[in-house]
Each structure stands twice: as C-alpha cells, then as structure tokens.
Design a protein around this ligand. Structure first.
Ligand code: FMN
Ligand code: SF4
Length: 413
C-alpha cells in the first residue's frame, strides 16, 4: 500500500526546519494569499467545507467549532495544543520537530480565520527539542515579516506566544491547558462555559490540535474539495497514525481515513516473525481494544465508534502473544491514576483503588472477588467526571478483562 504524504511530505528528505527550504517548497504562500486576497470568513469556509475534524482526540468538526465564537467584539485567541501525552501518540512531536513552519503557518491561518490577533502554542514540557525547533522557526518567521504588526503591509497584526508545559498529561485537556497558560493550577474547568465563549483570560478561544491546524495549509493550497474527496463520507481527509508496540517498523504513517486497520499493521511491517496477534488498542490509552477478527475495520471515527472503541488521537498500539495483559492493564491504570488531577472523587479514588487491586494481580496475590469488583468499580467511575480522563480508566481494562480472563484468573492467590 502506498504511503500518503501530505503533512509528512519531505520529512526525512530535506531540512524543512529551515525557512528557506520551507519557502522554496511553497511555504507561507497560503498565509500570503490569505492576507492579500481572502477574508477571514473565507478561511473559515475552507475549514468547514473540507470536513476537517479535530485530530486531538474528540474528532469535533473544526469549522463548526470556530463558528461557536460569539460576535461580541471581545479579543479572540487561538491556542495550538501541542501537549501530546496520550500513551502511544507521537505525531505532533514529529510535526513540531520536523515541520515547525507548517505548524506555524497553520496556526496563522487558523488565527486569521477566527479573527484573532494573538495565537498561543502550548508545547509539552518534555518536548525540549520540539520547543527549541519551534521557537527558532517562529524567530525566522518574525524576521521574514510573517508574524507581528501590520504583516506584509496587510494591516493585520498577529502575535504568537510559545509556552512550555511542565509535564502533566491533564494539561492536554483544553480547559486545564487554558488554566495552565494563565498561570493557574492545571486542572479542568467545569463546562459550560465552553472555551469558545469564555476561554483564555475569559475571552472567546479556540483550542485546536497541532495536526488539525497543520492540515489547514494543504486544505487552502489544494482546495477543500481535494481534502473532502479523501477518506470516508463522515471522516474526511487524512490522518497521521502513530503505530507502536509489537510491530517491526513502529512509526508515524499518514493515511486516508477509512484505511483498513490491517493495512496500518502492514505499513508498520507487521508482527515480529513467529508471533500472533492478540489485541490492538486503536485510539490511544483511553480506547478499548479490538481483536484479530476486526482487522478489516476501516480506520475512521464512525467505524471504530460502532465497534465500541474510538479513533482518539490516532495511536495504534499492537499487542502480540507475548503480552502480559495483567501488567499492561496495571501500567495504563497506574498512568491514569497518577495523572488524575484529583478534583473528582470517582476518577481520583476509583483509579487509585483499581491500581492497588491490579498491583495485587501483578504480584499473583489477586483475591477471588477482585474480578467482579474491578468490573463494578470501573463501570461506576465512568460518565460522572468533570473531564474525559476519568472515563479513560475503564475501556482498556474492561476489554482485556473480558477477552483474556484466564490471564487474570491465573494470578488469583
Ligand atoms: C486528559 C486529556 C488529555 C488531552 N490531551 C490532548 C493533547 O495532548 N493534545 C490535543 O490536541 N488534545 C488533547 N486532548 C483533547 C483536548 O481537550 C481538545 O479536545 C483538543 O485539543 C481540541 O483540538 P482539536 O479539535 O483540533 O482536536 C486531551 C483531552 C483530555 C481529556
Ligand atoms: S476526571 Fe479526573 S482528571 Fe478530569 S477533572 Fe476529574 S479528577 Fe481531574
């Protein structure tokens, strides 16, 4: 199967971190075009008609999100979410480290599209290289006159601020991210009000993922029809999928949405010789597993939701027959429990309890009633929290408890 190259075009072949190379390949042409000949509403129309949906996890239609901004004359902000910490996801990191100008041009277009004069990028604290590469790219773009006051004599002002996180998964959640940007404790806010109405500093704000914003550049360059023509009826365009785990060539693979899961596995070189497939987690740490008999599922938002799981951030983690699912479940539950901000009792206490019970199983000290208890506790944690982190604890655990009960039973003392 041929690899698609849209955002990944040129990565590994030329040094796209340099503004000269980026510009030689058409870089910043869409930004110049927008400033000289497109109204903000027209950029918004591209986003909307392309069918582009958020690539950060929820898959919300980008144009629709922008349309929620109230027309109340208040300053508006665009925030690029580069906090990428979902287990198994490493595509935003690749983008900011390798094509920072593409991400920046996408941010400029997005900010212009919503009528914002100040855009922010929140970069995960651990992405030291990504931060440095992006900050350098921003300096280059400012020196070239693409950022700042009266850009290219258009009369449009747009400032960009780079902010580094401090290593908290929860700060990827958009309202926790906004709190963190404001210098407050990074914990989710109660919604409503949604960020579109009351976001950063209480102003109308759009938070979009790195990959989402980067796709604006090719959408403008090649037309919304081109983007909408790829993918499926409701999951349009392309997606960078991070494939990892028990495959021979883990990495980021860009594909049209709707590509069968089997082909993603093939792109990543398939399983290691002599191994058999046990499970695939298709949408990051928060998603339930799919299994061998579901390999022909199209990799798109609807098909995965129908199968009881989700596409999420586009992280496909492959587990072969060497996997200890008790340890894998413990590992993930421990992660979520550790990253819980503690505001909601079900997430804080439920995660902690499950972690302790699973720890017993890992040590071969599981109790007879624990399996039922884990089912009960994980079910009661879900759906009653302030943010989706609390709901992320159950899906993987439940799917492997149901599929591989013998692995858990064997650890009962
Ligand atoms: C616990 C948690 C962590 C998240 N982490 C990220 C992240 O690292 N990057 C991201 O873009 N979205 C993340 N999200 C989703 C954001 O809240 C938000 O939906 C997204 O940034 C919106 O951008 P999009 O519409 O372009 O997808 C996270 C959500 C939750 C609940
Ligand atoms: S669900 Fe968990 S992480 Fe989210 S706000 Fe509640 S306690 Fe914090």
């Amino acid at each position: 199967m041929p690899v698609t190259k849209v955002l990944t075009e040129g990565i590994g072949e030329v040094d796209l971190r340099s503004i000269e190379v980026y510009r030689k390949r058409g870089g910043y042409e869409q930004w110049k075009r927008a400033l000289s000949s497109l109204k903000p509403e027209e950029v918004m129309e591209y986003a909307d008609k392309s069918g582009l949906r958020g690539r950060g996890g929820a898959g919300f239609p980008t144009g629709k999100k922008w349309s929620f901004l109230p027309k109340n004359g208040k300053p508006r902000y665009l925030v690029c979410n580069s906090d990428e910490a979902e287990p198994g996801t490493f595509k935003d990191r690749m983008l900011i480290e390798n094509v920072p100008h593409l991400v920046l041009e996408g941010m400029l277009l997005g900010a212009y599209g919503i009528g914002s004069h100040h855009a922010f990028i929140y970069i995960r604290g651990e992405f030291k290289d990504g931060y440095q590469v992006f900050a350098r790219a921003l300096d280059e773009a400012r020196a070239a006159g693409f950022v700042g006051k009266n850009i290219l004599s258009s009369g449009y002002d747009l400032e960009v601020t780079v902010h580094r996180g401090a290593g908290a998964y929860i700060c990827g959640e958009e309202t926790a991210l906004l709190n963190s940007l404001e210098g407050k404790r990074g914990e989710p806010r109660l919604k409503p009000p949604f960020p579109a109405v009351e976001g950063l500093y209480g102003m109308p704000t759009v938070v979009n993922n790195v990959e989402t914003l980067a796709y604006l550049v090719p959408v403008l360059a090649r037309g919304w029809e081109w983007f909408a023509g790829a993918g499926t009826e409701r999951s349009k365009g392309f997606k960078i999928v991070s494939v990892s785990g028990h495959v021979q060539r883990p990495g980021n693979y860009e594909v049209p949405l709707g590509t069968p899961v089997r082909e993603l596995l093939d792109l990543a070189g398939g399983l290691r010789p002599g191994r058999t497939l046990k499970a695939i987690q298709p949408g990051g740490g928060s998603s339930a597993c799919i299994f061998e008999e579901q390999l022909d599922l199209p990799y798109d938002y609807e098909s995965l939701a129908k199968a009881g799981t989700m596409l999420g951030s586009g992280a496909v983690v492959v587990f072969d027959d060497t996997t200890d699912f008790v340890k894998a479940a413990y590992n993930l539950v421990r992660f979520f429990s550790h990253e819980s901000c503690g505001q909601c009792t079900p997430c804080r206490e439920g995660g902690h309890w499950l972690e302790r019970v699973l720890e017993r199983f890992v040590d071969g000290r599981g109790l007879r009633g624990d399996l039922d208890m884990m089912h009960r506790v994980s079910a009661t944690i879900t759906g009653i929290n302030l943010c989706p982190l609390g709901d992320s604890i159950e899906p993987f655990l439940k799917s492997v408890l149901n599929r591989f009960p013998e692995q858990f039973e064997a650890r009962i003392a």
